[in-house]
Design a protein around this ligand. Structure first.
Ligand code: HEC
Ligand code: HEC
Length: 330
């Protein structure tokens, strides 16, 4: 009970917004991205889709963060190089620029810091930064693009990760029905969805899932009132800080577009939103939702699906005789 009061009191931590009515809500609307450098964004998009940044020449960022599927892969855990079974569920890249840090355990401080990780991860793209840069350097059209954006065609990994991060910053999803409601269109959500939102607030979900991303702003214990049963070895924030009190603390995931990013939790163990909501109610808040309450909360969560980024598929420049060959099978 004390824990619940504590969680709910966290709710009131300040959010600033245009109108007082919006400011009083624990969830804020998402604003459209304002790209600072269009050329850099376009280059980042090419890199995000280019499988030649992987050893196999087959896996791109988009393989596991599929922008046709809510920026995730819809698998319990990802498939990496040579069909390697990944240890953890892939979070969406949509709205990830709003996270306080990147990864479930927050081990990367921002998107740039994150973007170098998968390229060199043996279980993901299994390449090295030198080889990835070598591939790009061997392709004249890439050299020209880097020169245009960074003023130099001597490509380095910092430029690669800057460009990818600039692209990812554009992957925001404003315009959801819930945001329309927040901004004053009272017909944008129906009565069931509104009752779901009330339950979401009143039972304490917003203690952790709040702000514009409806999450992403803190690390919280998975299993506050009851331990989370899992086969996964992930220990959460403990892996970063080594502090016992951080064991099983994970970054609170965004619930924006959550309808599209199944399965749920870091181990991908909840196949449906109804499952995830039941587990959350029970282990985080000590609540057993009725079928009706669960359905209302699920209906509310589906109003958080925003306008998906509209992309023109980048056409990638061909490899040259100097481009290192792909190694899909070793
Ligand atoms: C083989 C699948 C795979 C590939 C390829 C991959 N990722 Fe990921 N990505 C993951 C998984 C799994 C995680 C979560 C890892 C963790 O938290 O320990 C993740 C986490 C992230 C996050 C953090 C999101 C958050 O909310 O914490 C971002 C951003 C991201 N990836 C971007 C990229 C980019 C950019 C690339 C290409 C350079 C890429 N990923 C390639 C599977 C992949
Ligand atoms: C004490 C903080 C806290 C509270 C309260 C809380 N959550 Fe969560 N929620 C989390 C954390 C942390 C995760 C990620 C857990 C993991 O996978 O290890 C999460 C995950 C989720 C997910 C899965 C998202 C995904 O992409 O995997 C959903 C859905 C969700 N919560 C909904 C709710 C609902 C609905 C409530 C209220 C009934 C609620 N949460 C209450 C912290 C909280």
């Amino acid at each position: 009970m004390i824990m619940r009061a504590l969680i709910i009191s966290l709710l009131s931590v300040g959010t600033i917004a245009a109108s007082p009515a919006i400011a009083a809500e624990p969830i804020q609307p998402i604003e459209a991205a304002k790209p600072k450098n269009e050329n850099m964004v376009e280059l980042g998009k090419m890199l995000f889709f280019d499988p030649r940044l992987s050893k196999s020449g087959f896996i791109s960022c988009n393989s596991c963060h599929n922008l046709s599927m809510g920026g995730s892969d819809n698998l319990p855990s990802s498939i990496g190089h040579k069909w390697h079974q990944g240890p953890i569920n892939s979070p969406t890249v949509l709205n990830s620029s709003m996270n306080l840090a990147q990864f479930w355990d927050g081990r990367a401080k921002d998107l740039k810091d994150q973007a170098g990780g998968p390229i060199a991860n043996p279980g993901e793209m299994a390449f090295s930064h030198e080889l990835a840069v070598g591939v790009l350097q061997s392709i004249p059209q890439y050299r020209a693009r880097f020169k245009e954006v960074f003023g130099s065609d001597k490509i380095d990994i910092g430029m690669v990760t800057d460009a990818i991060a600039a692209f990812e910053e554009t992957l925001v999803t404003p315009g959801s029905r819930f945001d329309k409601w927040l901004k004053g269109d009272k017909t944008a959500i129906n009565q069931t969805e509104l009752e779901g939102y009330k339950l979401f607030k009143e039972t304490g979900c917003t203690g952790c899932h709040n702000g514009a991303a409806v999450g992403g702003a803190s690390f919280q214990k998975m299993g506050v009132l009851e331990p989370f049963e899992t086969q996964s070895k992930a220990e959460g924030r403990f892996a970063v800080t080594g502090k016992e009190e951080d064991r099983m603390f994970f970054k609170v995931p965004t619930l924006r577009n959550v309808e599209l990013t199944y399965p749920y939790f870091h181990d991908g163990s909840a196949a449906t939103l109804a499952d995830a909501v039941n587990t959350m109610g029970r282990i985080q808040l000590g609540r057993n939702f009725t079928k009706d309450e669960n359905a209302k909360i699920v209906a509310f969560l589906k109003t958080l699906t925003g306008k998906q980024p509209e992309l023109t598929l980048p056409i990638l420049p061909p490899s040259t005789k100097d481009t290192p060959r792909p190694h899909p099978f070793d």
